[in-house]
Write a protein that binds this ligand. Structure first.
Ligand code: GDP
Length: 372
């Protein structure tokens, strides 16, 4: 990481992820390297420093913000004598904790095995090497092969299971007919579930943790006599493990097959511009970036950051900004229809509803051109 502010933001996010997974963070370590060490990711001096700290304070786990290669993970665990988690593993753990439906559980289990498979190999290779050259083809080898085979079988079983559910879900989506479908997309914790609740008057789980939403929820919403379907999707996040992007296919299909995307942004978050980029990146990856979209800048009631300079309207300097002022920022000048709201206080809801109504109506009319 080059930029000091960015670095702290990334560490904040990682700490929030750790908190969501149920851990409390004792201390942060950062290091500037031109590139990660291929064997241990961090330098050996830093590894030593962390090792001593971990010993002295009886720390249980060290968490890295990046995905470590299987060998880096193994080397670090051996060197620092402590349990190591990388970002991918942490995110998978959170998903595993929060998966409620059998579909979500199957997806997470698949992603976990895919993560485990190469790491299992290296773990055993390292044990083998310790045993020395002779007898390399001993019982250890058989065990690895057995374990790997069990995991591979399990992976293909889970894939089959997902395929079946995917088909069922596709049929369900087809059966929804020609009703316009809108999907809420956005970085994790921006307020999608809260907005869903406010629009559909249903009760969707919302809390201040990352990934409160694992499964998609579809609700019927009516604005000014115009009914449409609204889907709440899993929150996007920077560096979402690729295993998850792949395995959450059906969740993302809801986005891919939506007629309209409602991109929710948490404007009170200091990295909200990065969040927008991450979401757009994922939309591009799943080929959903050319759909009609509405930008909803949420949490305008939340002014948790200090204003440094009177004329400065950069993300970290919002305080007592009026709706009119928001409408003069660069955010209002995007190529998409844009609105500033608070899902919590429902400030500016009429304008948002009007905007959604107009966009849904456009799609509706294009679909039923001869009705009035
Ligand atoms: P999701 O992960 O995008 O579905 O986000 P949630 O709907 O679960 O909301 C995450 C957190 O942000 C919760 O604690 C909400 O109460 C809070 N939140 C949502 N909308 C607003 C808002 O407009 N203002 C404020 N201050 N908090 C909000």
């Amino acid at each position: 990481h080059q930029d000091e502010d960015k670095l702290q933001e990334y560490m904040d996010e990682l700490e929030f992820l750790a908190f969501t997974a149920g851990a409390t963070v004792d201390r942060r370590f950062t290091q500037k390297l031109t590139q990660p060490d291929s064997k241990t990711f961090i330098g050996s001096g830093k590894a030593q420093e962390i090792k001593e700290y971990v010993k002295e304070h009886a720390i249980g786990t060290v968490i890295f913000d990046d995905e470590l290669s299987p060998s880096q993970l193994k080397n670090l665990e051996r060197e620092m004598e402590v349990k190591i988690l990388d970002r991918t593993n942490l995110i998978l753990d959170i998903f595993a904790q929060r998966a409620t439906t059998s579909y979500a559980r199957t997806q997470v289990e698949l992603a976990q095995y895919q993560y485990l498979l190469p790491r299992l190999t290296r773990m055993w290779t390292h044990l083998e090497r310790q045993k020395g050259g002779i007898g390399m083809r001993g019982p250890g080898e058989t065990e690895i092969e057995t374990d790997r085979r069990i995991i591979r079988d399990r992976i293909s079983l889970l894939k089959d299971k997902l395929k079946t559910i995917d088909k069922q879900m596709a049929t369900q989506r087809n059966n929804r007919g020609k009703v316009v479908r809108a999907a809420l997309v956005g970085y994790t914790n921006v307020g999608k579930s809260t907005l869903m609740n406010a629009l559909s008057k249903s009760e969707v789980f919302a809390e201040n943790k990352l990934f409160a939403t694992l499964d998609t929820t579809v609700r019927k919403v009516v604005i000014g006599n115009l009914p449409f379907l609204l889907t709440d999707t899993v929150g996007f996040i920077r560096k979402l493990p690729t295993q998850l992007v792949e395995s959450f296919k059906s969740t993302l299909d809801e986005v891919r097959e939506a007629d309209l995307l409602i991109h929710v942004v948490d404007i009170s978050h200091e990295s909200f511009e990065d969040h927008i980029d991450s979401v757009n990146q994922i939309l591009m990856e799943i080929n959903a970036h050319q759909k009609p979209m509405i930008m909803v800048f949420n949490k305008i009631d939340d002014f948790s950051y200090q204003k440094k300079d009177e004329d400065d309207l950069t993300p970290s300097t919002r305080k007592n900004i009026s709706l009119e002022e928001w409408k003069n920022t660069w955010m209002a000048k995007s190529k998409y229809p844009t609105v500033f709201i608070s899902a919590l206080t429902k400030e500016n809801f009429p304008e948002m509803k009007k905007l959604i109504y107009d966009e849904v109506m456009k799609i509706h009319i294009s679909r039923f051109p001869y009705n009035d």
